[in-house]
Structure formats: C-alpha cells, structure tokens
Design a protein around this ligand. Sequence first.
Ligand SMILES: C[S@@+](CC[C@H](N)C(=O)[O-])C[C@H]1O[C@@H](n2cnc3c(N)ncnc32)[C@H](O)[C@@H]1O
Length: 238
Amino acid sequence: MSYANSRIPTSAQQGVHERLVRLVERHLAEPFRKPYADYNRVAVDISLAAWDGRAPLILDAGCGVGHSTIQLARQFPDHWVIGVDQSADRLNRRKPYPDALLPANMVFVRADLVDFWRLLDDAGLRLARHYVLYPNPWPKIGHLARRWHAHPVFPWLARLGGVLECRSNWDVYIEEFALALGMTSGKAVPWETFQAEVPLTPFERKYRDSGQTLYRLTCDLGAGLADTHNDSTTGAQR
Ligand SMILES: C[S@@+](CC[C@H](N)C(=O)[O-])C[C@H]1O[C@@H](n2cnc3c(N)ncnc32)[C@H](O)[C@@H]1O
C-alpha cells in the first residue's frame, strides 16, 4: 500500500459490539492473575532507573517507533516519559533526531503492556498522563477480545489514573473504548473527531494524509484507584 492511501478499518461490525458490556462486567468482577513474565519486571526497572522519583509520569502505551514519546518529552520537559512497545524492531527504528538531541526525560522500553500496566500498579505508581495512540483495532467481530477495552487488563488503565487519551481512525473503537472506560472508572468519557494539525505519531500522519477522519477521547482519571488489592468499585483483584 502506498503512503497516504491507507484504509479505514473495515468491519461487519457497525456499532458497539453486542458482547462488550458483558465482557467488561466480567473483567470487573473476576480476578485477572496471569503470571508476570520476568522480562516485563526487568522492563519496569529499566523504565524507572533514571527517574528521579518525583517527576510526574507519562506513559506512551504502544508507542511504536516512538515519535510520540519524543514529542511528549519535549512538550512536558518536567515529566518522565516512558514509551512502551512489544516490538523491539519498531523501538529500534531510526529516530527523527540524532541520539544526542533526544530529550533526556524519556526512556524506551520493550515490554508487554498486559504485564507492564499491572506492574506499575503493583509498584504503587500513578500516571499524570497516559496515551494509547492508534492501538491495533482488531476490527473483525470475532476479534473483540483482542481490543484493549475488551481485555481483562483494561480495568488497570483506570487504576493508574492521570489524563488518559486514546486516538483511533475507527469510530467504533473509540466508542467502545469510551464505554468501557466509563464502566471501569465511573466517569463520563466523551469522544470527538479532531484535526491533527501536528501529527503526534506516524500512524496519525498517514491517516491524516489519507484524508481519514480521526477520533479521540480524553478522560481525567484523577489519582486513579486506591491500591486495595480487591477494590469493590472495579472488582479488580490481583
Ligand atoms: C498500530 S501501532 C501504533 C503505534 C504508534 N502508537 C503510532 O500511532 O504510530 C500499535 C502498536 O502497539 C504495539 N502493541 C500491541 N500490543 C502490544 C502489547 N501487548 N504490549 C506492548 N505493545 C503492544 C504494537 O507493537 C504496535 O507498535
């Protein structure tokens, strides 16, 4: 596919998946105890090694090649910005600046977010800002459970607090994410279309240059949820 000819996800699913609400309710009611992989524990240590313990934290979850992580670190110079992706190949791709010009208040780390999110919570950490930019949409009806908001780890996003922003080029994804985040956080989660004047990520640039409508939601989750290990609001247990 040539550049600026990217397609909007096509799906037989035209609105919120009929099974989503029941799935999120189940994830809120049942414990999620998938064991942590050692490399994800190491990744959390690496991501915090140069943090001064005081700077507010920003997580760029699924940062891909990391251009958004760099932009966020420039935009919030007094924050510590962590770019996480499972793909070493994407993380290692050449950046738009020489290493010497990269902001010092950020780090890239390879990890699986399914563990990374929970490990941050286990460490008692809370986020100031949290970005989930153009996550894989998994548009097939049968792939609902692969979307972040239908995954058992999703309640941890609300636990981690901060201003959460998700962007997508598929309206159904944003509508579902907003619904699920509303269920896990108890907050109203509005979503909207927007113009990406300065694209934050390569995917955003590609979608914008292909003339697609872009969607985003933001929600201030405040301090997140208390670390009760069996919270009655979310049912999230470890
Ligand atoms: C469609 S890309 C978007 C990348 C980037 N945010 C952007 O907008 O250019 C989705 C990214 O999420 C990452 N990802 C998917 N599942 C992940 C997981 N379980 N843990 C960490 N990263 C994951 C993929 O490797 C990929 O880089």
